[in-house]
Design a protein around this ligand. Structure first.
Ligand code: FSO
Ligand code: SF4
Length: 552
């Protein structure tokens, strides 16, 4: 029997599945504990779905399931002990849900899913059960594909729900859907058609959760605005904040003010520079380094302290010297990195240990200089709508290319840099997510003062791209989003990109090109459904795809 099985990300071994160790660095024991945690979350959901029918929400369980889904996202958490603690907590949560159901007069008749009652306390029992219940036990490959597509969408949704929650925004409807879907993927009576419906419904809730997070971010920190972000360094010691969580960003900036420590963003935290509430801090020094997978180099040169608020973590090389300078918080974790505990009783997180540590570090080594421009989220672009519409009407802009999503280590991803370079000068790239690092530092120029790369923000800010497209549709008086001069050439890596993709499909966006490879978890029949109904396609080579997308 295989030691583990995981095929949730683009990097999966041979584009089939990681069976010995994750190419991301995930060990089989952690992979199996993550599977078991998913199995238990499905089990807990069997009770909460019934509780909800009685009008009962249990906020702690909503939070527990959301966090658990988030923790199993690619490159978020590699810390075995955190998963064991969580699994033990899952048993408590499940008991609490069951008791509450019975005391409220509900019944548990017909709940036969084993995750709703199985318990094993030793690590061996957990590992064994994970292998007996993992996704390969769903034999029909189409059913397995649709179930996993749903679960990966839920993981992405959970990440966004968690960031919104941290800012005080949540919707029980979203938790309710996540838990119902977790039950539905255990239901052997659902056929391919019904599960396809579930996948699309997941996309619909994907739009809802991205809208919620957009509201949370912009209500808390203002609307992102056009900003030049420095890529160079200053002379003070620094803290480099990575991941996606804006509440952590806020608290870190507040707590470092006046300490002589500067704060820099890394990878997906770059868009924090665009928010008015953060720009006002003088010690907010700009962005350092490139997308997530360059971190083994970038962190060596940074010299200061690094804080991961979420994925993407790359296990440090054996020869690396920065491991003791890295901290994690929230859903992220890595054995050997120090972890900052969650907020308690509404109090901010305590970053004092990091700050004291940073003070003792050397200032960052400069690895590049200059600046990049960003902040083109919906509010800002819609404010420029007249200019944009004009440029399209006069033919100055021929076409927009949505090139959002993720970056990754795979060599073939040079495709995206080359594609951006070869795009005709009368085209504009709309981007969000860490995919942008493939082209955001290229001198691509401007059209009538509009930069040719418009960065809306993080992967979840793909919602902004949708809002921009809807505004353009209205401005041009069109009935269908697909009639706009917009082509979609999207790169994916992990499960947040899955929810973004499903959200776009649920909004009716057609003819998305997805690369650098199609997901291993899509069976040939499921790919056919996506091709026939949505015109989804992979990528071929830059020249061919350019021709196809320019003429579409
Ligand atoms: Fe990238 Fe990682 Fe934001 Fe992902 S840093 S790959 S899609 O976590 O979430 O874009
Ligand atoms: Fe493999 Fe990706 Fe799973 Fe890691 S997350 S084990 S690389 S499929």
């Amino acid at each position: 029997m295989e030691k583990m099985f995981c095929y949730q990300c683009q990097e999966t071994s041979k584009n089939q599945g990681c069976t010995v160790k994750g190419l991301c660095g995930k060990t089989p024991d952690v992979a199996n504990l993550q599977d078991l945690l998913m199995f238990l979350c499905k089990g807990i959901s069997h009770y909460t779905v019934r509780l909800r029918e009685l009008g009962i929400e249990i906020p702690q369980i909503n939070k527990f399931i959301t966090d658990s889904l988030f923790m199993t996202i690619t490159n978020a958490n590699f810390d075995k002990s955190r998963f064991i603690t969580r699994i033990l907590l899952a048993y408590e949560m499940r008991n609490a849900a069951e008791e509450r159901l019975l005391s409220a007069g509900g019944n548990k008749e017909g709940i036969t899913f084993e995750g709703a009652f199985w318990r094993g306390d030793t690590e061996e029992e957990m590992a064994e059960k994970a292998l007996e219940t993992n996704i390969l036990t769903t034999e029909n490959e189409d059913i397995r594909s649709l179930r996993e597509l749903t679960v990966y969408g839920l993981k992405g949704m959970a990440a966004y729900a968690e960031h919104a929650f941290n800012l005080g925004y949540e919707e029980n409807e979203i938790y309710g859907f996540m838990q119902r879907a977790l039950v539905d993927v255990t239901n052997d009576s659902l056929n391919v058609e019904e599960l396809t419906g579930l996948v699309l419904e997941t996309g619909k809730y994907g739009v809802q959760v991205m809208a919620l997070l957009d509201k949370a971010n912009t209500s808390s920190y203002g609307n992102p605005e056009i900003t030049k972000v420095s890529l160079g360094v200053r002379n003070n010691p620094g803290i480099l904040i990575s991941g996606h969580d804006m509440k952590d960003m806020e608290e870190l900036l507040k707590q470092t003010e006046g300490t002589g420590v500067d704060v820099y963003t890394h990878s997906e935290m770059l868009p924090a520079n665009y928010y008015p509430a953060f720009k006002k801090y003088n010690h907010f020094a700009g962005n350092y380094g490139s997308s997530w997978w360059h971190q083994t180099e970038d962190f060596e040169h940074f010299n200061g302290v690094i804080l991961f608020t979420t994925n993407c973590i790359v296990p440090p090389r054996k020869t690396s010297t920065y491991g003791d300078r890295v901290y994690t918080t929230g859903a992220s974790g890595f054995e050997g990195f120090k972890h900052i505990e969650d907020r308690k009783d509404g109090q901010p997180k305590d970053f004092s240990a990091l700050i004291e540590h940073a003070k003792k570090c050397a200032s960052p080594t400069e690895i590049e200089s200059g600046e990049i421009i960003g902040g083109f989220a919906h509010n800002q672009v819609i404010a420029l709508a007249d200019r944009v519409v004009d440029a399209v009407k006069t033919g100055a802009i021929r076409k927009f290319f949505v090139m959002g999503g993720c970056d990754g280590r795979m060599k073939g991803r040079n495709y995206y840099t080359e594609f951006a370079e070869k795009l005709p000068k009368d085209t504009v790239i709309l981007t969000a997510g860490c995919a942008k690092y493939r082209y955001n530092k290229l001198p691509l120029g401007e059209i009538n003062g509009i930069p040719r790369v418009l960065d809306a923000g993080q992967c979840n800010d793909s919602y902004s791209l949708v809002k921009i497209a809807l505004a353009l549709k209205e401005a041009f008086g069109l009935d269908d989003l697909n009639d706009l001069p917009i082509a979609y050439n999207i790169a994916w890596y992990e499960q947040k990109a899955v929810i973004v993709l499903l959200a776009l499909l649920s909004l009716g966006v057609k003819n998305i090109h997805l690369g650098p490879t199609l997901p291993a978890f899509l069976s040939p029949n499921v790919v056919n459904v996506l091709v026939n109904n949505f015109g989804i396609a992979g990528i071929t080579n830059v020249d061919e795809d350019m021709k196809t997308l320019l003429s579409a």
